[in-house]
Design a protein around this ligand. Structure first.
Ligand code: 13P
Ligand code: SF4
Length: 317
């Protein structure tokens, strides 16, 4: 079938959204054209908050599967569509429910905090969810002596442990984008651009976090570049966020941090980039692929996510 123009897809998406009372939620790691047609663009926390509170009948999730599942868990009465079912997450894949159950058994008596970057099954085994925007605050909201089990991202877990000094055992998972940034390449870029600030997502490895001028979630990095006085940044997170940074401050320079393998394009998440405007058009037209979560798991998974949202709302996050 002949491919239509981007203008055609965009105008049809707009028409179908109105006709079907649908909204598009997009993560900052989506391509710029998708961010620009979305009704709401945000990080994982903001997207969960938006999924929990909107009047749409259909949510099209321009992101990855765990995000669409989270939306379905929070709004089971809505139809949640994911434009490409292969849009998974290497971090979520690193934590399978059978192995996680064993990990919990091996570390009894701990409050289980899991990153939203997990499957619905892992959420169903958890006490509280978190995102990189609120992980430190979620841990600090618990009594000082409470023992914690954190999964699946070992870098975010270590970052939270260092920030809070709490007793935390950590699952050994990583994100294929954030663990790949090259310290040497970042330092070389810093030498070439001495005025640049290095801004880093907490999913990055410790050596990269150690040279950071600022560490934060995607939205915290965006906020930092909006308010900070520097005019150049080396950005150690998925490069999609640079679209929003440029929109707010087009006069500044943003350099994506390179990966260890300079040929791999590692600063882009291959799963996030599976979503395209054409696939959004197709899925809105066909109302498929739809995300469905087993009701038994959905009910159990609601508790930790709702707890996270309650704590975050209370703290104004
Ligand atoms: P945040 O949206 O919490 O910054 O997380 C980054 C990420 O890796 C999402 O997949
Ligand atoms: Fe998963 Fe990493 Fe991609 Fe985020 S950037 S969806 S954590 S693989």
């Amino acid at each position: 079938m002949k491919q239509k123009s981007a203008e055609y897809y965009i105008s049809e998406i707009k028409r179908m959204k109105a006709e079907k009372n649908a909204i598009i939620l997009a993560h900052y790691y989506q391509t710029g054209d998708i961010q620009d047609i979305a009704d709401f663009v945000g990080d994982s926390l903001a997207l969960s908050q938006k999924a929990a509170a909107n009047d749409a009948d259909i949510i099209v999730f321009a992101g990855v599967k765990f995000m669409a599942e989270t939306a379905k868990i929070l709004a089971p009465e809505k139809k949640v569509l994911l434009p490409d079912l292969n849009a998974g997450c290497s971090l979520a894949d690193s934590c399978r429910a059978v192995d996680f159950e064993k990990f919990i058994k091996d570390n009894p008596g701990r409050t289980i905090i899991t990153y939203v970057n997990t499957t619905a099954e892992i959420k169903a085994l958890s006490d509280i969810s978190c995102t990189s925007s609120n992980a430190v605050q979620i841990v600090e909201s618990l009594p000082v002596n409470e023992k914690i089990l954190f999964a699946p991202d070992r870098n975010l877990g270590n970052y939270v442990l260092n920030e809070t000094g709490r007793d935390i055992v950590i699952w050994n998972g990583t994100c294929h984008v954030h663990e790949e940034f090259s310290l040497e390449a970042i330092l070389r870029l810093k030498k070439e651009n001495p005025g640049a600030k290095i801004i880093v997502h907490p999913e990055c490895e410790l050596p990269v976090r150690m040279v950071a001028d600022f560490i934060g979630s995607t939205s915290a990095l965006l906020h930092f570049t909006k308010t900070d006085k520097a005019d150049c940044y080396i950005v150690a997170t998925e490069a999609g966020i640079i679209h929003q940074m440029k929109k707010y401050n087009p006069g500044k320079k943003y350099i994506p941090a390179p990966g260890i393998d300079s040929t791999c394009g590692c600063s882009e998440c291959s799963f996030m980039k599976l979503v395209t405007i054409e696939k959004i058009y197709n899925c809105l037209r066909d109302e498929n692929p739809e995300i469905l979560v087993d009701m038994n798991i959905l009910v159990k998974a609601q508790r930790p996510i709702k707890r996270m949202i309650e704590i975050s709302d209370k703290l104004g996050l």
